[in-house]
Design a protein around this ligand. Structure first.
Ligand SMILES: O=C(O)CCC(=O)C(=O)O
Ligand SMILES: [Fe+2]
Length: 238
């Protein structure tokens, strides 16, 4: 197993600062609320919320906390504005996708659906770390500057995918119970056990994308086929 790095690989549009973490109290509130509210039934491992009106206060407060944590100069102003437009100026509806992983589970490498989601994706890890694997989306692009990479995402860390990182690279999580991590300052890589991880990813819905159709190609990690839904409500893939 190739060790993952603690710092972001040089993929244009990928922003990740390992020291920037959601405060522990808020992370606990988000995790407890989501586990109890959305993941109480056995077998449910993915939830989508369409529009900020469908998001509970704790997720809205997560959004504003993440916006503050990533405020320039952490993110360049244009990327921060893409993810967190001023109130009343958003041109698209936001979706939150919540994924629950037990140790040994992962998500198939994918590019988030091009026809469904816009540019600017922000994901937060809760409860456990994992390693996210990145690879060029098109074969043949695996050149010297374009090598697959593995990034260690600690619990409470925040990752942003935009531009190439969103469109030209796949991201996925290997199905493993442990991850191997390396630090340039430390000789030996070390093993990190995975626990139960909740991820919350915010994306922009393209027009018409709040309707999840039966033709869904299962891109969202191909975890479960979705139900057909037409309303902006919390949806479980059961
Ligand atoms: O769990 C994660 O951090 C990734 C989730 C993801 O890539 C997705 O739902 O499209
Ligand atoms: Fe994704």
């Amino acid at each position: 197993m190739e060790p993952a790095t603690l710092c972001a690989p040089p993929i244009p549009g990928l922003f990740f600062t390992p020291s920037i973490l959601v405060p522990p109290e808020l992370a606990d509130q988000v995790t407890q609320f989501c586990l109890h509210t959305y993941f109480g039934r056995p077998g449910v491992n993915q939830i989508m919320l369409f529009g900020e009106d469908a998001m509970p206060p704790v997720l809205l407060s997560l959004l504003s906390t993440v916006s503050a944590l990533l405020a320039p100069p952490v993110l360049v102003p244009s990327i921060h504005a893409l993810l967190f437009p001023l109130p009343g100026t958003a041109t698209r509806e936001r979706q939150a996708i919540l994924n629950l992983y037990h140790p040994g589970e992962g998500i198939t490498p994918h590019v988030d659906l091009l026809g469904r989601f816009g540019d600017g994706i922000v994901g937060v890890s809760f409860g456990s770390s994992c390693v996210m694997r990145f690879a060029p989306a098109c074969v043949g692009e695996d050149t010297e500057d374009c090598v697959p990479a593995q990034l260690f995402l600690p619990a409470r860390s925040i990752i942003v995918l935009s531009g190439d990182a969103r469109y030209a690279w796949t991201h996925g999580i290997d199905k493993r119970t442990t991850d191997l991590v390396a630090d340039a300052d430390v000789d030996e890589p070390w093993v990190v056990e995975r626990g139960v991880r909740l991820s919350i990813t915010f994306r922009w819905l393209l027009p018409g994308a709040d309707v999840v159709g039966e033709d869904e190609d299962g891109e969202d990690g191909a975890k479960r086929p979705p139900l057909t839904v037409s309303t902006k409500i919390a949806q479980t893939f059961t």
